[in-house]
Design a binder for this molecule. Structure first.
Ligand code: DGP
Length: 216
């Protein structure tokens, strides 16, 4: 059995990641594929609850401390994600380590320092970056009350994302309609899944780590 594919959707706030993740999961399920959704931060765990308290401004934390908590929140999911991929389940993931680096670097932390805690996490097979200018994000009903939902920070975040972007990323213009984005994401995902089926690779041979992804 070929292992599942790790499909990541990254992007700025309000770009439509969560909508696209749900649509992608539903579309893959409709094609009888085995697929599950992961969302980071996962606010249901103990670490996730601390992150939630920070994001909703009910708890203050040092910038480095919260950065490490976001990373730990990904690490605590790693064994389960690996098991599922090995069992042939595709994972659609809403945000990951790139958000970690983008947000903390945008706040002023050192880029290399920010990357280090996430080194060794499993590497996505395909990364979609949903790109949306901040002015457009604001027009979509404005930002909410959470800690990072501020124009200047969001602009910095987008800049870091664009710096992190490597040639393997698929950039999706998030100004497009929801359906147009969906079909683009679905088409690329299906191609990637078919690639995996052709060469029939297994997780053990294929656990590429994120280290390779952060092209320093
Ligand atoms: P979401 O639940 O996708 O709306 O994300 C909550 C907020 O947290 C959002 O503004 C983006 C930010 N965020 C997501 N992941 C990370 C991370 O790893 N590090 C930091 N500093 N912020 C993150």
């Amino acid at each position: 059995m070929a292992r599942g594919r790790f499909i990541l959707l990254e992007g700025c706030d309000r770009a439509g990641k969560s909508t696209q993740c749900t649509m992608l999961v539903d579309a893959l399920k409709a094609k009888d594929l085995s697929v599950e959704l992961y969302k980071f931060p996962d606010r249901t765990t103990t670490i996730g609850q601390m992150i939630h308290a920070y994001l909703t401004n009910s708890k203050e934390l040092d910038d480095r401390a919260i950065h490490l908590l976001f990373s730990a929140n990904r690490w605590e999911a790693m064994q389960e994600m690996k098991r599922k991929l090995s069992a042939g389940i595709h994972l659609v993931v809403d945000r990951y380590a790139y958000s970690g680096v983008a947000f903390s670097t945008a706040k002023g932390l050192d880029l290399t320092w920010c990357k280090n805690p996430d080194r060794g996490l499993i590497r996505p097979d395909i990364t979609f970056f949903l790109d949306l200018p901040t002015s457009e994000a604001e027009r979509r009903g404005g930002f909410g009350d959470e800690r990072y939902e501020k124009r200047e920070l969001q602009e910095n975040v987008r800049e870091v994302f664009l710096k992190l972007k490597d040639k393997e990323w698929t950039v999706i213009d998030a100004k497009k309609s929801i359906l147009a984005m969906h079909f683009e994401i679905l088409r690329e995902t299906e191609l990637k899944i078919r690639d995996g089926e052709k060469d029939g690779r297994f997780a053990e041979e294929d656990d590429v780590v994120l280290e390779d992804l952060f092209l320093d």
